[in-house]
Design a protein around this ligand. Structure first.
Ligand code: FES
Length: 351
């Protein structure tokens, strides 16, 4: 058994014999960024301040000789061989740091499809380096002219080795950017994204049952958070309640059904607010929640959607006992602008 100490917080976790540093951090609830988990992508690169470790087989592309000389290692493959390994991870209060946003990163639209009555899904691939982000964050996208401003859209997928991003964009009658996406942008186009922005990220130290509430394209950040939690082996129950007006407004069904089949701790329900259909709940979240969760005092809650939806969710979950410090929200305004966290929370990365 070795001890992994994180600086600057000074917090430590035990690392069982045979475990990698990444595994031991995750078991203790610390989410070190990672992607391939096989020494190939470089996403889990951190500086090791002291102690020895066996780096295992990793690709030079992910960890260069220069990185090694500077003391960096890939934590998805690194196993401690000294009693203590001190690494640079997180903020002073042991929270994950945010990645510095990039401006005008070039992407290509590799797919565009209609997924619900008023929602298209874009799949965008980076031409250069992948954009590093935490699930739950968003990017801004626009045609790059003065007439149509760039707008904020949440990333709907967990980070992938190829850097592909999925955005789900609802048509807004008074939103020229969404109309440009729906009517003009086509597969094969180049687009420029800026980001990531936002602080609606899952607290990796959460070790309680989770209830996710989403309406409309509020589902996007919730999907990214759920995918990431399930991928890293989160074991407590995760329930996703998606609120849609009518059945044609429902999307994401396939992915949620796949998660439910693959992960026994995941379940999802869809409630329709403007029609009654077999196989769906009926009513707004505040109407259906009491029947599903009479007591939410031990749940962590994530809610995303319009500000009105989020406010309704917060009132509803508090009425069922949810505690203030365990409620995370993201309300989308039609004219949402990016907000950048204080620079002290930004990750200093080696690449
Ligand atoms: S997660 Fe890809 S190199 Fe570690």
């Amino acid at each position: 058994m070795a001890r992994i100490v994180m600086q600057p917080s000074g917090k430590s976790v035990e690392c069982a014999y045979g475990d990698t540093v990444l595994m031991s951090l995750e078991k203790a609830g610390f989410a070190l960024p990672n992607n391939c988990r096989a020494g190939a992508c470089g996403e889990c690169k951190v500086k090791v301040l002291s102690g020895q470790f066996d780096q295992g087989m990793v690709l030079d592309m992910a960890l260069s000789q220069e990185d090694r000389r500077q003391g960096f290692g890939l934590m998805c493959m690194a196993k401690p061989i000294s009693d203590e390994l001190v690494i640079e991870w997180g903020t002073e209060d042991a929270k994950p740091k945010l990645f510095p946003p990039r401006e005008n990163a070039l992407f290509v639209v590799v797919d565009k499809r209609v997924v619900a009555a008023r929602v298209v899904e874009l799949r965008l691939r980076p031409v250069g380096k992948p954009l590093r982000y935490w699930p739950g964050q968003y990017v801004t996208l626009g045609p790059g002219n003065d007439a149509i401003p760039a707008r904020a859209f949440s990333i709907a997928n967990a980070p992938r080795p190829d850097g592909e991003l999925t955005l789900q964009i609802a048509r807004s009658d008074d939103g020229p950017t969404s109309q440009w996406v729906h009517d003009t942008l086509t597969i094969g186009d180049n687009v420029k994204l800026s980001g990531p922005y936002g602080t609606f990220i899952g607290d990796p130290a959460v070790d309680t049952p989770i209830l996710c509430l989403a309406a409309g394209t509020g589902l996007a950040p919730i999907m990214a958070l759920a995918e990431t939690a399930l991928r890293r082996g989160f074991r407590k129950p995760v329930t996703l309640l998606f609120s849609a007006r009518t059945e044609p407004d429902v999307y994401g069904h396939g992915m949620m059904a796949w998660w439910r089949t693959k992960h026994r701790n995941f379940d999802y329900k869809v409630t329709l607010t403007r029609e009654q259909k077999d196989g769906f709940l009926q009513g707004r979240v505040n109407e259906v929640l009491p029947g599903l969760f009479p007591d939410l005092s031990k749940h962590t809650i994530f809610a995303a959607g319009s500000p009105e939806f989020v406010a309704t969710c917060v009132n509803a979950v508090k009425a069922l006992g949810a505690q203030d410090g365990m409620i995370y929200t993201e309300g989308f305004f039609a004219q949402q602008q990016p907000t950048v966290a204080d620079a002290s929370h930004l990750l200093n990365t080696a690449n």
